[in-house]
Structures are given as C-alpha cells and as structure tokens.
Design a protein around this ligand. Sequence first.
Ligand code: C2O
Ligand code: CU
Ligand code: CU
Length: 565
Amino acid sequence: MMKRILAIAFVCFAAQANAQNLLYIPDTLSGTTFDLTVHPDSVQFFPGAITHTLGINSHKYLGPTLILRKGDSVSITVNNQMGDTTTMHWHGLHVAPANDGGPMSMIMDGMMWNPQFVVRNNAATYWYHPHMMAKTAEQAIKGDAGLIIVRDNDEDTLALPRRYGVDDFPIIVQSAELDSQNQFMPKGMVDSIVLVNGTDSPYVSMPAQIVRMRLLNASGERTFNFGFSANKPFSVIGNDAGLLPAPVTTTRIRLSPGERAEVLIDLTGMDGDTTYLMSYASELPMGVQGGPTMPMPPWSPPMNSPLNGIDFNILRINVGPQTAAPVTTIPTALIADTPLLESMANATRTIHMTADSMMVMDGPFYFNHNLFDMDRIDYRIPLNNIEVWTLLDSTMVAHPFHLHDVHFYILDRNGVAPGPTERGRKDVLLIQPNETVRFIAQFTDFADTTTPYMYHCHILMHEDDGMMGQFVVGPVAEGVKNIIHTTNGVNIYPNPASSELNIRVEKTHMQGPASVKVTDIFGRGIYSGAFDDLLKINTTGWAKGLYNVTIIREDQTTIEKVVIR
Ligand code: C2O
Ligand code: CU
Ligand code: CU
C-alpha cells in the first residue's frame, strides 16, 4: 500500500516538474557598498490564496546575489522593514563576531544595521540569512535569504565559466510545506514543494557547453542527493568555502541544509536536448531528512513528506545553442590548498548530540545535554588555536552541523578519511545517527571576548529549538600553544614560549636527524642540539625577547622567530 502511494507521488511530482515556469535568476549587486532592505511581500505561487513572503530590495522572495571580491573592504546596510526584529548573518564569511549577525546583533523593526569588513574568504559560494533567536526558520523560509559569490585572483586565472545567468547559474534549492491557505509552515516536515531561486516547477535554458552551477541547499530540513537525469556525470569543483585542488568527477553530490557545491556539467553537443537536475533521494539512508520516512511513534508530528525516499526532478534544463567564447574543457587542476594537520592541533573538544529519548525525531536535540543559552559561553577559544572537534550523533536523525567564524577540514568519519568532495574547506557537515565525525579548524584573526560566534544544527527548527552553542575567541593567553608550522613539516610551539619550546618534525617529512641552533637578536648562540622527531628545549632563565631558531635537515634550512616571555 505504502509503495503504491509512493509510486503515485512520484508520477505526480514528475508531472508537476513538467508544468514549467522560467527559472528566476536573482539580480546581482557588486562593488563595496551594499544596501539590503528586507520587507514583507507576497507571491502567487499556486492557484488560490497568495503566499505571504519576505523579499529583499525589488525581490518578492529571496534577495539579490552579492558579488564580493577577496581583499575588498565592504559596507553593507541592512534595513529592516519586515515588521519584526531580525538579524542578518553572512554564512561562511570569516568576519569579526560583531559583524557576523548572530542572535545578539538584533535589528529592530524599522532600524538599520551596518557591518563593515574586509572580505577574507577564498572564491566560493556563500549565502546570507537571518539568525534571529527562535525565528530563523520562520524568517528564512519566508524568503529572507540570498546568495553570496566571492571572487579572488586565483579563481580569476582559471578557465571556468563565470558569466552569471549565462554559463554560471545560482541554484538555490528549498523545500517547503504550505498550509491549506498557501502559507509557509516553517516547522512543517511534510514539505512537498521544491523551489529553485523561488520558482516552482522551474525550467532554464543553458548553452551547449560547460556550464557551472552554484548549488545551495537553503531548505529548513531536507537533504538533497543531487545528480542529473540518466546518471550523467559532472564535476564538483568547489565546496562550502573554496575550490577543490582538482575537479572530482561523480554522479552525485549530497547537500544537507546550509551546504554548497559548485559543479560543472558538460552540455557540449546537446543543443536541443533536455536534462534534469534531480534529487536521488531513494539512495539517502533512513535518518537523513529526505530519505525514507522512519516508522514514527504515535506522538511524533507528521513527517511523511511525499518527497521522502524517492527520486524526483528539481530543475528542467533545456539545452540551447552555444554562446560566443564558450568554455569547452574542464580544467585539470584548480587551486592549491593545504589542509590543517592533526599534528598541529593544540586543543580538542567533543560535542555529543542527544535527545530526551531514542524515540525523539522532532527535537529538542541537545549539544552535550544543553539547550542554547544566550547567557552561557560554551567555549573560550584562544586566538589562533588549532582545534580538533569530535562530533557524535546519538539521536535517531542526521544533523547538519555548522560552525561560524572559520572553515574547517573534515579529518574522518568513523575513522575513515572523507570522500574527495568533502576534503576541501567546509563550514557545514552532515552527521548521521551513530556516526563520529572529527574536523580541524584554526580560530584566526578575530579576538573578542564578549561577542560570541555560534555553532549549531542547520536544520532550522532544531536550531530554533536550541540545538546551538556559542564560543568566544579570546586573546592569546599565557601558556597557549600557538604553533609555527612551516611548509617543510617543522612545527615550533608554543609561541610565545615561557619555560619550554618544542620542535617537532611531522612523520611524513622525516628525513633523518636535524640540527638546531637558537640565537638571540644579537646573533649570539643560546642553544644548539640535534634530534630526530621531537626536541624539548628548556628555556627557563632565557631573557625575554625575540630569538631565531635555525633547523637544518639534510639540505633544508628552516629559520623562524620565536618569542620568549
Ligand atoms: Cu547559515 Cu548560523 O548559519
Ligand atoms: Cu553561518
Ligand atoms: Cu539537527
């Protein structure tokens, strides 16, 4: 019986995807000064009642795409005309906590907020959305969100499609549940409509050449298992916070809420053909929202969305003629990026995700048995710390974990290195029931001991219900091990040091014994010695100040400055 309903649902959604609306392409704002006015609006999505929405500037739903350039100083004015208090968060951007738009940076109705910051992120696709305490789902799902494209010099030099709306497409995918009056139900889990850039049942025409799509899952809870019709292969070139070292050819990219991917698809020779961007959700495991509906205890709210566990079309692509100067080959190499190594870490933290019982499927869910408390700072992180965080999911459902401030690298999932598309810079990761995931991040640049950053589940209803914590990044404390890490695998820490200085060579870089010499600012020899992998130098009694450390291994010489205080 269930099978039959699913089969009917499938036919129904395939049919709905044939009712075609031209894909909306949000306009762009670029430069260094940006104005965003958030206002209530409405859209006739479906026959019958209009749907109340939140729009930004001239948009009735969602907002313009912001195009930022790395290194630029930008000023953004957010004008809140929505009729309620809100905030605005730049998801994935590395900015000071006061510019991050977390729950404490409230913008009252009728007021403006003007963060100013230097764009420090690498070229990639980011986004913006409100972060209002307990109201993020309501505001974001009504349409208060938009895309951010960061460009930089490294990306400029690559032969990639970058003509917005021509061969480089914003693809913001959201699923939602509407009530019988066509109004958004932000916490509804029977999400049966899928919008792309706010367009229901969309089609787009793309040229018969290599086309770039910037996929963002901006849904409240649903994970998509993206692919194309007939398993057409494509290349993933970037994930959350940067391009990958090289394109990865695949047929699927799974994105949970908040995650992004940039993909290239080769449509060469397909002029006149049709293909679909799809979600192969039948392949998602149970426990991931979007996979097969779990058997539910009677007290659970309805979760049996007709989209669960089936493959469905998201966007119809009509292939048209080639443009002038098309990109016709996929570059073999992209950018150099050296992940942080576990041997560099100087702190670890563990976050255990739990619920009141194993049967809970709709929350509340906890981090280390706590709900979010604005008055509690969960972690104080010394500036420049390199930390390994271990996440453990002991609930029945998967959670997209998001870290503010900095990107991270996934070290492993249940002890196994992540797949190639998860190896780059990330700011959201999906953790599944019974899984243990470890990542490494460095908390650079911004120290502010009073304004916190957030970490949270990006299932918006979980976040709103309290699956969130906060941390401040403090100044460098005495005794904090800040590491000098050189490209040839030498680590020197802590820096500044007081009583002991460690010099360590990473295993992969070991090439026999090394000699060490430490000199003061006048060039006087203070210490000399030799070691294989780790040397601990007792520095008690050394005068406070700056020293040069010279390490010679085979033909490699490393010279670094350290501070003794
Ligand atoms: Cu996209 Cu804290 O969020
Ligand atoms: Cu964020
Ligand atoms: Cu969650």
